[in-house]
Write a protein that binds this ligand. Structure first.
Ligand code: ZN
Length: 176
């Protein structure tokens, strides 16, 4: 199964708003599977289709298998597929968490987001699901959901922080 190349900051795919999936075709199922392989290969916990150059409203997530801080990748694999996700509720309480992104390598920064959200989506079998997500699941789902609207975590940083990172970001774009 192919591991897909991940688009890096500056690629227009990452800024585009993705479109909804109409039907789950064999091509979509292949894409989901390849995105999963890519996620594990790149040691990620979430990956949106736009990050592999496909502007469809799809992301995959597995927050169980790896402990980012410990570098421990022995957790159970629990890959989940999210098609046409919608955030139907978010908690008033928010908080910071140090986020990174496979498309913005070498940069991590605290992003404030609601601590829990309710998400509605279609799974890979075409079944509608709705669930309240907490902690890292809520965090990761919001980060991936942003990708579907062309928003990167660095876009959510305060101006002063983004200014500090401007040099690194220019380098990623190949402009420095
Ligand atoms: Zn990301």
């Amino acid at each position: 199964m192919p591991v897909l190349p991940v688009k890096i900051y500056g690629d227009p795919c990452l800024k585009a708003k993705s479109t909804s999936v109409e039907t789950i075709t064999p091509e979509i199922l292949t894409l989901l599977r390849d995105m999963g392989e890519t996620l594990y290969e790149r040691h990620g916990i979430g990956l949106a289709a736009s990050q592999v150059g496909v502007n469809l409203r799809i992301f995959v997530m597995d927050t169980d298998w790896t402990d980012r801080d410990e570098g421990d990748e022995t957790g159970p694999r629990n890959l989940r597929f999210f098609i046409n996700p919608e955030i139907t509720w978010e908690s008033e309480e928010d908080g910071p968490y140090s986020e990174g992104c496979l498309s913005v390598p070498g940069i991590e920064a605290d992003v404030y987001r609601p601590l829990s959200v309710r998400l509605r989506w279609m799974d890979e079998k075409g079944k509608m699901r709705e669930e309240q997500l907490e902690e890292l699941d809520a965090r990761c789902a919001q980060h991936e959901f942003d990708h579907l609207n062309g928003i990167l975590f660095v876009d959510r940083l305060p101006f002063a922080k983004r200014t500090l990172l401007a040099g690194k970001l220019r380098k990623l774009k190949g402009l420095a």
